[in-house]
Design a protein. Structure first.
Length: 131
């Protein structure tokens, strides 16, 4: 263990995994997996400090994974960030450089970030949730 917070990223888009790893590896111990069902298995094996969830993953989608984790007493306190390609006025956009804490999916997520997201925003948001 290197002392860095452990971040688990579940996203079925390989390019997203590469970009997220490059953005975060300096500050965090980052592991990327491909499916929502793999996320649940990984959390059971090694509890992450924070989870990043891409949307619409096969086998088990992001919302289902988040809901499952929120309903389990062992995992409900793990911060979860939704990484979405969708934008709306209720969610942040790349233009306003803001992040919405606790406004996604009826409070299931701790934060909702629209892609493409700003590297500094992602890092500062993770650090804020881990503090």
């Amino acid at each position: 263990m290197n002392g860095k917070p452990y971040i688990l990223c579940a996203d079925d888009v390989q390019m997203n995994q590469i970009l997220i790893t490059e953005m975060l590896e300096k500050y965090f111990d980052i592991e990327c997996i491909n499916h929502g069902s793999d996320c649940i298995e990984s959390v059971a094996q090694k509890r992450p400090d924070l989870i990043l969830l891409g949307e619409s993953m096969p086998l088990r989608d992001d919302y289902d994974v988040c809901k499952f984790l929120r309903e389990d007493i062992q995992y409900k306190e793990i911060p979860i960030i939704s990484l979405s390609a969708k934008t709306s006025s209720a969610k942040n956009s790349a233009n306003d450089k803001s992040a919405n804490f606790g406004e996604a999916y009826g409070e299931e997520y701790d934060l909702y970030l629209s892609q493409p997201f700003d590297e500094e925003l992602l890092i500062s948001s993770i650090k804020r949730l881990l503090s």
